[in-house]
Design a binder for this molecule. Sequence first.
Ligand code: ZN
Length: 359
Amino acid sequence: MEVCLDKIEISAESRAVKECDRPDEKIVAEIRAWIKASGSPHTFRLHTHTKPPKGTPVIYIEEFTLPKQYRVRNKRAPCPCCTDVWPQYWHLGKIAYFPLERVLRLVGPDCYAALDAEGHQIALNTMREERKRRQDIAAILNNPHLIPQLTARLIEWLPIITAFDNGRKGMRERLDMLRLPLWSRIRDGQLHVSRAREIVFKKPDGTDATRTVHDMQVYGPVAGYAFFAPDAKPYTPRLKRLQTSLSQVPTFRPENIPNLSDQERRYIAKTINQATTTMRDILNDITDLRRIFEQVSISTINGWSRDPGADFPIHFAVDNTSLYIGRTADNRLRIPVAPEFWQRLRSIPQMAETSMAAE
Ligand SMILES: [Zn+2]
């Protein structure tokens, strides 16, 4: 159904060319507040409602979205690039500055692309980079405590993770020693058994005969199976590298933030992000790998081993001091583990949420 749009009355004041400087953060905040209150970008005091000259350079400062009640077709904002007096857009409008004319226009999301596709793309990329930079800085400003907290957590984790790495390495060595091809049976996360089945077929002379075929069936999933992965890298060196990079971050206090160079801010933000991401990955990995010590995993491996369809015997057990692996319970190897092996890894200190996303 065709929607009948109401023409918007554009005032002379709105049409008038209002030269201004490139909007700073204060102006951006004023624009956001105006749009939030009025839903009407084209009546903002610095907006110039004229069509920009084709190909003139443009800078996108930020994006904005109209409040909910202005999202219906007839309540949307008019765009000076294209629709002029007709309601057109509501989301991801651009706060666009045109440095040659020295004017500000609030325009539709991709409207300027029709006048200059490449200029639009460049402005979009630059805006996103700028935004990322501001987010990084905001993250630092909000989290000066994070580096000492992450460092403290790393130090707490190190003996636990080192014990884990050692236990895992010990297990691999014993499996090699015993020539137990466990990994080749468990590498897809499930153990399989073969089941014999008789099938009837016709011989060339037309008589019936039977033959046995073996089907592989899933015996059961084993959580944490990657604990046995032969090519697994230890986590300790990664943690130590992280510790070094955190220790190289110049100490910063909130009151010094304004004096940090852009490069220092970026470096600090990057280090914090990397540390948080790496620690989260390691924590997730180890939490998952430790599921191999849950009773259900142990029972699945040992139960599989007793199944006539399994292809070799194996015995796997754990207690407070050791892991055990062998072909049978009577003939098993012991892998001693440090008490830290079983210790809980406490969670990662969190960065306070900062939201700089376009509103
Ligand atoms: Zn437009």
